[in-house]
Design a protein around this ligand. Sequence first.
Ligand code: Z57
Length: 834
Amino acid sequence: QPKTPTRDDGEFRDYSHSEISRDVATIKNSVVMHLTATFLRTPANIDSGQAYLASAFSVRDRLLQRWNLTNEYHDKIGAKRVYYMSLEFLIGRTFDNALLALGLREEYSKVLGDVGFCLEDIIDEERDAALGNGGLGRLAACYVDSMACSNYPGWGYGLRYKYGMFQQQILNGYQVEAPDCWLDSPNPWEFPRPDVTYPVKFYGHLVRDPQSEHRFKWESNVVYDAMAFDVPVPGYGTTNVGNIRLWSCKTNTLFDLNKFNSGDYQGATGGQVAAQILTDVLYPNDNTSEGKELRLRQEYLFCSATMQDILARFRKTNRPLSDLPDMAAIQLNDTHPTLAVPELLRILIDDEGLSWDEAWEITTRTFAFTNHTILPEAMEKWPVPMLDKILPRHMGIIYDINLFFLQTVEKQFPGDRELLRKISIIEESNPQQVRMAFLACVGSHKVNGVAAIHSDIIKQTIFKDFVRIQGEAKFINKTNGVSPRRWMNECNPDMSALLTEVVGDRSWVNDLTKLNQLEDRISDAGFRERWWAAKQKNKERLAEYILTTTGIKVSAHALFDVQVKRIHEYKRQLMNIFSVIYRYYQLKQMSPEQREQELHRVVIFAGKAASGYWVAKQVIKLINSVAEVINADDEIGDVLKVVFIPDYSVTAAEYIIPASDISQHISTAGTEASGTSNMKFVLNGGIILGTVDGANIEIGEEVGEEQIFFFGCLAHEVEDFRHYLRFNQPKPDAALQTAFDMIQRNTFGDAQLFQPLIDAIMRGGDVYLLSVDFPSYIQAHKAVEEAYRNHDEWVTKSILSVARMSKFSSDRSIQEYAEEVWNIEPQPVLNCGL
Ligand code: Z57
């Protein structure tokens, strides 16, 4: 056990000279310093953009000190670290998050107020870091937040995309993509580290080692450089600062001297321009794999640079390589970083001279793998010829992994050729394909799903045979969670103030179990009133946001019914809009007097479609066409409004989620691995209308069945329905048929545009079972309306839900990973007053 250094330890650097000052005058000085010295402005002549940058840089100075302290401390005590490898980190904004973590929000508000700015406006100047698509990328960001807050030594590793998630514009009802040039203005939240740069090879060929015929050397002239950028992750209520290390690609053949000397200046830097492309843009697919060669090269650049970096850090400990699993745990966030497995083997065998068995032992003890989906179109497979061309040595290593694996299985189950075919890492298709989920599974000591139902399903489907071969214990569940810092304390200040009042202090921010004290207030009339006032204020804030982003005026007194997430057929936004159409039809049948008696509702959609996903884009068009007709119908007025908020993002979610009364999580049972926004909505006092799927199930278990509206068929029934619908016409009920009819009568514009969406159901086998679930979906909507009309009952549901959500803090998830997968412990850095 290494000795824990203390403040008196002469070797340990004394940081007391750099304590964070809370003194407003000192803060003001540091802001003015950045304004004048970093940005060459004067305080008398700045706009809010410059005020943001100067403030952000002064906050960053404070984080830097803690960042150094944290890493120096963890090095010093020889702490084991976890490395969370993810091609996506959907971070969003950092300024407000950092202010809250450091406890400096009031102070900066004062400083900015003194020079004529309002903190909220300054916060609004920051652009999102949108280096991810949706749930998977946001989960990674919540997890590094929790690691920092819970003092676990750990880093995220990712790519620094020059263009993040595209910006979505809506033109004539259609999604149009615009590039996300988030780095056009200075980014205060990254630290370039030109000294941390690694070469990454591609292509080339193998040469046999003359000394030993079983050993290979990989030679190639195509070498890129990956350079590190560090993004600090402020921990709330702790001195620890986490880190996300992002790689940016450049060429290392800087100059073609021949061309340069012969006067071809442009051509001389050609290599550099081409190399940039590798980390230029995030692939905008969520739950689908595009299979492009550029993506494979992106993945490998990421894996190689990360493994080199982790090993470089390990070598500084002077411990033997066999100790690597005692110093590093590596989590693979889906299959996207799986090439790290053969890359580590390659380094250990080819560069370090270890035997296969030694290298294999180290590798499998180091890696663990999280699966996030069972959708077939999301399963990564790479053609063997492509891998062989780009990474010949890795292809050979993958063949060897497969060979040794199949040999052990053959010993265990002699003569079962069918079993070998099913579990082979190489799929015998034409061309052959590498099944990345199988490679990740074989290369890891633990495999987990992201919610109880999902972890069960993967054990019964894709990993069924692996459970039989490798044992039950390897396959575990780690239900997702969300950060209470961002998804309550930051995005819902009014409700947070109430929580703080009930708990007595802000300790709930790092310990959600404290919220169970809310149950004591359930019959406190004054408290209930203020609870509702907080929700109401959030709804008014969202109404304002809707007005500025869409020009649509909605009443904050209506029920806010929200579905915001990536647009995907399995998430069934189409079923939602069909029900809206049916609702519109019903309202049109009523007399004006009758209509006014109806519950007023605002149906809110937001979400991006992958740029190549035509059906999803047509769904967006349908939603906007329906919205246009209904919102313009004077007979309908405020009884029903439909809104599509463009450019859904982390920041948009921070406005939308706290304002929902009801939110929809209505995937076909068994298709949504977990969902994480469902947790955010309930944490913010909203109620779920959802299917018996993903984490909805566990949320229902925690908050109680009265607090959630379930509908639809169950996961184990899906297969039979699908089978039936492959051979039989779907039978839409009268309500769904009414929606079809209205579309086909050109109520929402040219019916031709939307016929393919109806055909997918009526002729395409209705794969996502809209016709099956529609009747119970309409029933569930009725139940929601009834419950909402009983205001007292609804407020009770809202308060009880929040009180019982502690399970869904990402702090709980991270603690489980730390204890059951990573074998790491919290290491709070010594309190030196920072
Ligand atoms: C993605 O966002 C998710 C899974 C994937 O395989 C890919 Br690719 C992207 C999502 C799931 O769809 C959600 O159900 C889940 O909550 C989230 O990952 C985090 O686990």
